[in-house]
Ligand binder design. Structure first.
Ligand SMILES: Cc1ncc(COP(=O)(O)O)c(C=O)c1O
Length: 349
């Protein structure tokens, strides 16, 4: 089935300051929306951004059937626009939807909507080193009915917001050994709303103690490192790039995958394997050079300057020559079209 997307435009809001807005608060002028009813996606359209009306009975407000994605569009150095790895985001969106009993969005509908939306909002893409248009495709269960059941109706949206750096300074993080983000057989690999709601309480406790994020550990013994907030975690330990393997409990990050691939291209030593808290602690105690960083679409590469393990604080290396910055630069250069896009990640409009 092919879909025709109708477009109702409105003029760009005048005098918007995309530089100073905090991350994610300033929507662009439009949004994409389509409703799923009787097993079909209906009336796909791009309309002026607006609030939506919802019955208090709407299922997503009660039982958490919501899934989202986050990706970015950039200006390249030659003035073209690049959406970074939308296929990989689409693949993950579907995995998340499947886990949450929600219907897939057909690939042609997803991609057409994304392309047309970005084309319409090019004025909103900051054209500087750190700026991009953050794109948020998401789906909610929209059937109006109180009752614990899989919804028969859904709404799929795409909205966008201009963004710059997510974190302005290196992070202080705390290894979490009481609370758990995800369990085997649960929804950790899915980008569903509930994962985030459940992570707020421990993250809030950590923030009250001055930390930016927690490091999640495995739910059975709190022994192995999993990921952090909205980022996968990666380390350089004595020059070797180490990151935990994918499992059912961490998100298959697009940035993680991209950085691992770049590291391979750059002939870095790489180990994708479980990392225990003890191993990390011992490496830091022994004075090994340890770089720690979060990898995610929003933060890209977020350096960690301090990591607290069992209430003891350790310093990680964040000097200008840290290897994580070489990875970050290489990723930027591919996205901007400065270096060759060997892996066909750039979806250039
Ligand atoms: C829990 C979690 N882990 C990791 C990531 C990083 O994934 P990506 O690089 O695809 O943004 C994110 C962000 O989407 C996330 O929410």
């Amino acid at each position: 089935m092919s879909y025709s997307i109708s477009i109702q435009t409105q003029e760009k809001k005048s005098s918007v300051d995309t530089q100073s807005a905090p991350f994610g608060v300033m929507p662009t002028d439009h949004m994409f929306i389509t409703e799923y009813k009787e097993c079909q996606w209906n009336n796909p359209r791009i309309v002026p951004f607006a609030s939506i009306n919802m019955s208090p009975l709407t299922l997503c407000l009660h039982y958490g059937q919501t899934v989202f994605e986050g990706m970015k569009a950039f200006y390249m150095k030659d003035g073209h626009i690049n959406i970074f790895r939308p296929e990989k985001h689409y693949e993950r969106f579907n995995k998340s939807l499947h886990r949450m009993c929600m219907p897939e969005v057909p690939e042609d509908l997803f991609m057409d909507a994304l392309h047309q939306f970005v084309q319409l909002e090019t004025d909103w893409i900051p054209n500087d080193e750190e700026g991009s248009l953050y794109l948020r495709p998401f789906m909610i269960a929209s059937e109006e009915r109180l009752g614990v059941k899989v919804s028969d109706e859904y709404i799929f949206f795409i909205v966008g917001t201009p963004v710059h750096q997510y974190y302005s300074k290196p992070l202080k993080i705390k290894v979490e050994t009481t609370y758990t983000r995800a369990v085997d057989g649960g929804t950790g690999f899915a980008k569903c709303g509930g994962n985030y709601g459940a992570s707020f309480y421990p993250s809030q406790l950590a923030k009250e103690k001055g930390f930016d994020q927690v490091v999640w550990t495995d739910s059975k013994h709190h022994e192995f490192i999993e990921e952090s907030g909205t980022m996968n975690l990666m380390f350089f330990i004595d020059g070797t790039l180490v990151t935990p393997p994918l499992s059912g409990t961490i998100l298959d990050g697009v940035t993680r995958d991209s950085l691992l691939t770049i590291a391979k291209d750059l002939n870095f030593d790489i180990q994708v394997r479980p990392i225990s808290i003890n191993e990390l602690k011992e490496a830091l105690k022994a004075g090994k050079k340890v770089e720690a960083f979060g990898a995610g679409t929003a933060a890209v590469v977020a350096p960690v300057e301090m990591i607290s393990i069992f209430d003891k604080e350790y310093t990680c290396y964040t000097g200008a020559d840290a290897q994580m910055f070489a990875l970050k630069q290489a990723l930027y250069r591919i996205r901007k079209g400065v270096d060759e896009d060997k892996h066909h990640w750039n979806d250039v409009l």
